[in-house]
Design a binder for this molecule. Structure first.
Ligand code: HEC
Ligand SMILES: [Cu+2]
Length: 389
């Protein structure tokens, strides 16, 4: 064979291609099973253009095959006898110019309404979304007075049945927000505000990833949308408010001795970056130790299904992704990974704490006893998540 690649290289390439393609349709980031209205519209266009491409592909392949077979050299041909030599063919050239033009005009006209529909404003609430290396923050102005009442991370909780507006920001470099089953991708460029929408008619957890390369832990910058039916969403809002009061009580040493010791350690080591509403607000809204100026608000840490840019589950999952429960039906905290995170976060998720990106390594600072106490304190921050029914 003429090509320079040995056979096993070509086979390996084929196997790799197979693996890559298999990755397209499996797992949590499956764009082929749209749930949100916008994702469905995008999926419809994908399918239409996909089928058109398949049709064109088949026609072209058939034409090529026909020509190869029909005009191949026959044993009876005289090798010196050339077929008539021609230059150009107006009919053929017009055909293969006009048909694609018609197809493309059709696709354009068909696509435009969706492009405009995706850009219009939804009828639901507006949530501020901030990307930073390497996690997402979500801020809610529940009573619409211009103040954010709830600030959370990783889990974007939305009510079902309404088109939620997202205001995308970035605090450092370009990120891109994508929840494949709910909507397409939208970049978050520093210094700009991008409007986006998201909706789901059914309750559920929908996973997402940052899809603009943003540095060391880009692959670990995940997030999820938790769609709750309106009653559950109201429960979640009340729960978030309750968490704010609760935290204040523990911080003023109304807990167990371990919790109080944890609160003291938290004050010493953590509040330079982390805010806990009602308790530790001194650094509220900003922090000089981080390039992005923000660390996750920990007020309702326990109410989030994931931590560290949704890289780790807050509660233990079984083999089929179902939540494991204790004897009283309560969720089981993923205490091992949470403890390891507090001990040495850069070990759990690549970061550059020395460059003001990411959480510090506390393994040389905190003793085992300190870690136990800190964990006792963290456990008081909010109540377990409201899960979609
Ligand atoms: C230098 C700033 C800084 C300090 C100090 C710091 N953190 Fe963090 N922390 C961060 C950043 C940034 C993240 C997000 C990291 C990521 O997801 O990549 C984070 C994440 C966390 C999370 C996960 C929260 C979530 O929802 O994802 C917990 C829990 C946490 N920190 C606890 C602590 C504790 C406890 C201390 C004190 C012992 C502490 N942090 C000190 C910056 C800091
Ligand atoms: Cu990113």
């Amino acid at each position: 064979m003429g090509t320079g690649f040995p056979r096993r290289w070509r086979l390996a390439g084929l196997a790799l291609l197979g693996l890559v393609l298999a990755g397209c349709a499996t797992g949590r980031l499956d764009a082929t099973k749209p749930v949100g209205k916008n994702a469905q519209e995008i999926d419809g266009l994908m399918r239409l253009s996909g089928w058109m491409a398949i049709g064109v592909g088949i026609l072209v392949a058939a034409a090529v095959a026909t020509i190869i077979l029909k005009f191949r050299a026959k044993p009876t041909d005289d090798p010196d006898d050339l077929p008539p030599q021609i230059h150009g063919n107006r009919k053929a050239e017009l055909t293969w110019t006009i048909i694609p033009t018609i197809l493309l005009i059709f696709l354009t006209v068909y696509t435009l309404p969706t492009v405009f529909a995706l850009a219009s404003e939804g009828d639901g609430m507006t949530i501020k979304v901030e990307g930073q290396q390497w996690w997402w923050q979500f801020s809610y102005d529940i009573d619409e007075d211009g103040q954010y009442d709830i600030v959370t991370a990783n889990d974007l909780v939305i009510p079902t049945g309404e088109e939620v507006n997202l205001e995308l920001h970035s605090n450092d470099v370009i990120h891109s927000f994508w929840i494949p089953r709910l909507n397409g991708k939208k970049d978050a460029v520093p210094g700009r505000v991008h409007d986006w929408r998201i909706s789901s008619d059914v309750p559920g957890i929908f996973y997402g990833e940052c899809v603009e390369f943003c540095g060391l832990s880009h692959a670990n910058m995940q997030m999820r949308t938790i769609a709750l039916d309106p009653d559950d969403f109201d429960r979640w809002v009340r729960q978030q408010y309750d968490g704010q009061t609760q935290a204040a009580d523990v911080a003023s040493a109304e807990g167990t001795p371990e919790q109080a010791a944890g609160a003291t350690l938290f004050e010493t080591h953590c509040i330079s970056c982390h805010v806990v509403d009602g308790a530790y607000e001194s650094a509220a809204g900003g922090n000089a130790n981080l390039l992005s100026g923000l660390a996750p608000n920990l007020t309702n840490l326990m109410s989030r299904t994931a931590f560290a840019g949704a890289l780790y589950e807050t509660y233990l999952l079984g083999p089929d992704g179902e939540y494991l429960r204790g004897p009283d039906g309560e969720l089981r905290l993923n205490i091992a990974e949470l403890r390891e995170w507090v001990r040495n976060a850069p070990n759990m998720k690549p970061a550059r704490a020395d460059n003001q990106q990411g959480m510090l390594d506390f393994s040389e600072v905190l003793t085992d006893q300190d870690l136990d106490n800190l964990l006792e304190f963290l456990k008081t921050l909010g109540s377990p998540p409201v899960l979609p029914q």
